[in-house]
Design a protein. Sequence first.
Length: 79
Amino acid sequence: MAQQIMEALTIMVLGMGLVFIFLTILIGVVNLVAWRCAPKPSLAPLAEASEPQAPRFPGVDPKMVAVITAAVHQYRAKA
């Protein structure tokens, strides 16, 4: 009986160790790929705008954006 328990514990530790090693390697590979494929910072300085501009929504009328924004604010005020 003790022999079977020792074998079971050995198999359990071996399995958990292999899973731990696999997950550690997987995390390392994912981090390596993320580092390798990360966007490169641009060397050109960003032009600073003198005044902030409103966000642009191509194809959407600014009045419609205002109407939707007002409706969302009114809905949240009721809740």
